[in-house]
Design a protein around this ligand. Structure first.
Ligand SMILES: [Mn+2]
Length: 282
């Protein structure tokens, strides 16, 4: 059982590494295509199914799908352990079906798993919760599964840069730590220290509450117009959190997705007008 999962995750690492649109840690999406943007999933299988129904990648050959923060949330085992790794396995299978069109970007919960560090969600420490569920399911072989999950999560891209000047990442560095963020990290191989506390990948995925001046300087630095992020919980499914920032969430009944045509530029208002509530997808 664990060998099947380990092999799956290894194939996932290979698919992340050879993703035709990925250069170093950034996926560059060309003008010719379209992309479905989603927010944090946190183990929400029903919303994952709704996203797949909407995306219909089989019948839309030039469409991409961006997913993020799959783990930590959703179903639990009899001891209350977090079973979201099962959804992660299915997301990896989906990536293998469409290796160049499904892009799974790194979230801070992924980094917490990689570092084996505490991370709270809804008052619960999720890292230990998921690790103990893995131990119960895989027994003596769970160290191999945990290592393979870690390797998969580490191989994920950090951001997606669209030809129409939209930037997608889990978050952005907070104002306080902007000075410590080294954007060169995006354009070279990811190292262990990048995901360590206050490493640049760590800062990119953990920041919150960004000021307009930070958003403006990062837009200039990344050469983009609009940011679409996850990470910060959205009770209504999404919010506009700056002149050039939309935050989306896909991890509850008010979750949403955002389809965009990469061949045309968008204003923030046009993007907001394109948001689709997941509850409307059967
Ligand atoms: Mn997050």
């Amino acid at each position: 059982m664990s060998q099947i999962v380990v092999d799956l995750l290894k194939a996932g690492v290979e698919a992340n590494t050879t993703d035709k649109y990925k250069r170093d840690n950034v996926v560059f999406l060309p003008a010719a295509d379209s992309v479905i943007i989603t927010g944090d999933l946190h183990g929400h299988r029903r919303n994952f199914e709704r996203i797949l129904t909407y995306a219909d990648l089989h019948n839309n050959r030039s469409r991409h799908l961006v997913l993020q923060e799959i783990i930590h949330g959703g179903p639990q085992d009899s001891e209350g352990g977090c079973l979201s790794y099962r959804l992660l396995f299915d997301v990896v299978r989906y990536k293998l079906d469409f290796p160049d069109r499904v892009h799974i970007i790194m979230g801070n919960h992924d980094i917490a798993f990689i570092n084996n560090k505490k991370v709270m969600r809804n008052g619960k420490e999720m890292n230990r919760s998921m690790r103990s569920a893995l131990d119960r399911e895989f027994g003596q072989t769970s160290p191999y599964v945990k290592l393979a999950i870690k390797q998969f999560l580490f191989s994920q891209p950090l951001a997606v840069k669209c030809d129409n000047r939209i930037w997608l990442s889990h978050s952005l560095p907070s104002d306080r730590y902007l000075g410590k963020f080294d954007q060169k990290l995006l354009y070279r191989q990811l190292k262990k220290e990048d995901v360590a506390r206050q490493g640049s990948a760590y800062l990119l995925t953990w920041g919150r509450k960004h000021s307009q001046s930070l958003l403006d300087s990062l837009a200039k630095l990344f050469d983009v117009d609009v940011f679409i992020l996850g990470h910060q919980p959205q009770e209504q499914g999404w919010s506009q959190a700056g002149d050039n920032l939309i935050i989306v969430a896909s991890d509850h009944n008010h979750g949403c997705l955002l389809p965009t045509n990469l061949a045309k530029p968008y204003t923030v208002q046009e993007l907001i007008g394109s948001i689709v509530m997941l509850s409307s997808i059967s």
